[in-house]
Design a protein around this ligand. Structure first.
Ligand code: NDP
Ligand code: MG
Length: 378
């Protein structure tokens, strides 16, 4: 059977890998919707390649350009357009790969209109994991992880009883500053931070990988996806990025998932779950990798993991505050308005200053998100 898929964020790094999977599996995957933000030219090319897809672009100007280039095609735009696209009646699954939290409402719409959700945008589970998982449960929809670590855990947990899980071990490359000193970290430029040693990704997640906030967000993401307490989620540094994550069981057994460093594999598994097919991901040759290293994260120099553990343990509005403050601080860092270590300081400050709500509504989460951003830019 063919899966009919809407790709939100088709013009981005995950979006491009998703299209690569779709091209490799034309009998299994049909692209029925695509969205982009500001890159209208790339969206136009993708729309031509996938003529059955509904289209949504970032603004009205982009929509006018696309309409004139693609007469007769439906073109939606902005936040309302994304929600309409996410509720496309003929879709089976919506993959959310929009950077940041703009994908939250479309993700909820997808579940509310009886679709499965494949989540790449970790920010939406960090901000509103409880709401997203509760909506999935109410509607009977699946939430399938695309992030490589969570996809690995998902594969390791297949057929296992959650009560037999001792802990999840998320692997982390350590980013470009794995061996840096405190003095080095004080001098980091955006250009250095954007250079990831093992993965090629969008700008926001590349900076998050350098600060280790990416791993912090992933700890919280795992907490919701697998309904597991924060104290059972650990991180280990693994510079080769071959073991994508592990699950330790109560009997001492550890299951690991390994594959090449290519997002096509977790994307494909989420799209074709529970089936496996030969796809575009190159096979892994362990003999040429030769060694797999593991080490403790340096939490003293990289406070992101402890901040995330604090936010994930407290719950309520704190993860949304951490996420929004981080998003805003990354923008400021990339614009040259904030130092690299200023990202951690800004998040810590926002977590201390924004009033805490233990059981927030969606509106209260959005309010906490805005309050955190205004503290960072202040
Ligand atoms: P990119 O920056 O490469 O792509 C982001 C996509 O979102 C683009 O299509 C962009 O459109 C679109 N977009 C950005 N802002 C908006 C907005 N306000 N409204 C609508 N569309 C918007 O990011 P990545 O693909 O790297 O990452 C996407 C998500 O997946 C992130 O949440 C990231 O954390 C997560 N992720 C990424 C991984 C990776 O390997 N890249 C791995 C695991 C998770 P346009 O470019 O046209 O403006
Ligand atoms: Mg990841």
């Amino acid at each position: 059977m063919k899966k009919r898929v809407v790709v939100l964020g088709a013009t981005g790094s995950i979006g491009e890998s998703t299209l690569r999977v779709a091209r490799a599996l034309p009998n299994r995957i049909e692209i029925v919707g695509i969205s982009g933000g500001q890159n209208v030219q790339r969206l136009l090319e993708i729309a031509r390649e996938f003529p059955a897809a509904r289209i949504c672009t970032g603004d009205e100007l982009g929509a006018a350009t696309l309409r004139s280039e693609l007469p007769g095609r439906e073109v939606l735009h902005e936040a309302d357009g994304l929600e309409t696209l996410a509720s496309t009646p003929e879709a089976d699954l919506v993959l959310v790969a929009i950077v940041g939290t703009a994908g939250l409402k479309p993700a909820l719409r997808a579940l509310e209109t009886d679709k499965d959700l494949a989540v790449a945008s970790k920010e939406i589970l960090v901000m509103a994991g409880e709401q997203v998982m509760a909506t999935a449960e109410r509607m009977g929809g699946r939430v399938l992880p695309v992030d490589s670590e969570h996809n690995a855990v998902f594969q390791c947990l297949e057929g296992q009883d959650l009560s037999a899980v001792k802990r999840l071990i998320l692997t982390c490359s350590g980013g470009p500053f794995r061996k840096a000193s405190a003095a080095d970290l004080a001098m980091v430029t955006p250009e250095q931070a954007l250079r990831h040693p093992t993965w090629s990704m969008g700008r926001k997640i590349s900076i998050d990988s350098a600060t280790l906030f990416n791993k912090g967000l992933e700890m919280i993401e795992a907490r919701w996806l697998f309904n597991i307490p924060m104290e059972k989620i650990d991180v280990v540094i693994h510079p080769q990025s071959i073991v994508h994550s592990m699950v330790e069981f109560v009997d001492g057994s550890i299951m690991a998932q390994m594959s090449s460093t290519d997002m096509a594999l977790p994307i494909q598994y989420a799209l074709t779950y529970p089936d496996r097919y030969a796809g575009p991901c190159a096979p892994l040759d362990l003999a040429s990798v030769r060694r797999l290293d593991f080490e403790e994260p340096r939490t003293d120099l990289f406070p992101a993991l402890e901040l995330a553990r604090r936010a994930g343990t407290a719950g309520g509005t704190l993860p949304a505050v951490l996420n929004a403050a981080n998003e805003s601080a990354v923008e400021a860092f990339l614009a040259g308005r904030l130092s690299f270590i200023g990202i951690w300081e800004s998040v810590d400050r926002a977590m201390n200053e924004v009033p805490f709500v233990q059981h927030p509504s969606l509106d209260e989460l959005i309010e906490a998100d805005h309050a955190a951003r205004s503290i960072v830019v202040r």
